[in-house]
Design a protein around this ligand. Structure first.
Ligand code: ADP
Ligand code: TRP
Length: 322
């Protein structure tokens, strides 16, 4: 009944690959909005483990990463009572639909994907999985009649692939899929890392979202400070995520040139913000069984929706005989 009532709301789906510790850039750039969306949308938040299999090819690490991401999701406030929290591999229909999409998609169309082109340009060996990545992501999105897909700008092209694939399928086999809209998260938060470049796991310049106090102190003290005006730009840019800009400006003016004081103020603010999240995550981590139960239940909810959609898809392509 509850889900029936929810269908009046717009359907939202997003996913994150279980590929490492999230940082404050991920949080302010993407994850924070997930929490806010739960109030007004019918949400699916997915752990994209089959996507991550392109890079994480060690079973123990995969298991740990999946549980870690589930803990991250729950600790920031994703709520299994409001949203479906699940992992992709629990719903085999994703892989099945991706195959069907492969059959109606031309190679040159996929050759235009940024992720593939970048990997090629770097001379990496590209797996078929990486090449087909946009088709699996299209299946993730289209199986649930998704209206909105909140993603960072880097993922916009993938949502466009999902739209194009829905259109192609509808043209070939008749109206079946809803066209999803990307919702590009506001770019205000391009959070700089401690070296001043964009904060990114791949730059090794992050402040992890669930960092311990000592780690926060060490990382903030090592933020590169280059400033002509006495206002250390990188410190300020990170600080404004944690404190309203009005109060911040007067602090930075009164302490102009006093980098140590400013960094200490930032440390205090980050600690205050992170502590409750970190404590909540630790509490949740004490009972991994309960987290797995949430994932399993979410998988069952998602599976029921995906199964119903796949019946229609099989009917449309003509393989459903009984
Ligand atoms: P990373 O570069 O650390 O590997 P991901 O590519 O996994 O990060 O990013 C996941 C999401 O987090 C992206 O969709 C993006 O919106 C957001 N994000 C990542 N880094 C930043 C940043 N420095 N500032 C703002 N948002 C970010
Ligand atoms: N490709 C996304 C990323 O790397 C993760 C993802 C997989 C996703 N399936 C999705 C995001 C469906 C939104 C919708 O960040």
């Amino acid at each position: 009944m509850e889900r029936m009532m929810k269908t009046a709301k717009k359907i939202l789906l997003s996913g994150v690959q279980p590929s490492g510790r999230p940082h404050i850039g991920n949080y302010f750039g993407a994850m924070k909005q997930f929490v806010e969306f739960q109030e007004k949308h019918s949400c699916y938040f997915m752990i994209a483990d089959y996507h991550a299999l392109n890079t994480v090819q060690e079973a123990k690490m995969m298991r740990e990463n999946i549980l870690a991401l589930a803990l991250d999701y729950l600790a920031i406030g994703l709520d299994p009572k409001k949203s479906v929290i699940f992992k992709q591999s629990d719903v085999s229909e994703h892989a099945e639909l991706a195959w069907i999409f492969d059959t109606i998609t031309a190679m040159p169309f996929l050759e235009r994907a940024h992720a593939y082109k970048d990997a090629e340009a770097k001379g990496k060996e590209v797996s078929v999985g990486l090449f087909n990545y946009p088709m699996l992501m299209a299946a993730d999105i289209l199986l649930y009649d998704t209206d909105v897909v909140p993603v960072g700008a880097d993922q916009k092209q993938h949502v466009e692939y999902a739209r194009d694939t829905a259109e192609k399928f509808n043209r070939v086999f008749g109206e079946t899929f809803k066209l999803p809209e990307p919702k590009i998260l506001p770019n205000v938060a391009v959070v700089p890392g401690i070296d001043g470049r964009k904060m990114s796991k791949s730059h090794n310049n992050t402040i992890p979202l669930f960092a311990e106090d000592a780690e926060i102190e060490k990382l903030v003290m090592s933020i590169v400070t280059d400033s002509a005006s006495g206002i250390p730009k990188n410190v300020y840019e990170i600080h404004k995520l944690f404190r309203p800009e009005a109060g911040l400006d007067s602090l930075y003016q009164s302490k102009a040139g006093k980098y140590k004081d400013l960094k200490e103020a930032l440390i205090t603010d980050i600690k205050t913000f992170i502590r409750p999240l970190r404590e909540k995550r630790k509490e949740l981590a004490k009972n991994p069984g309960a987290v797995l139960k949430i994932l399993k239940a979410g998988g069952e909810q998602a599976k029921a929706v995906a199964e119903a959609k796949m019946k229609i898809v099989r009917e449309k392509v003509g393989v459903r005989l009984y």
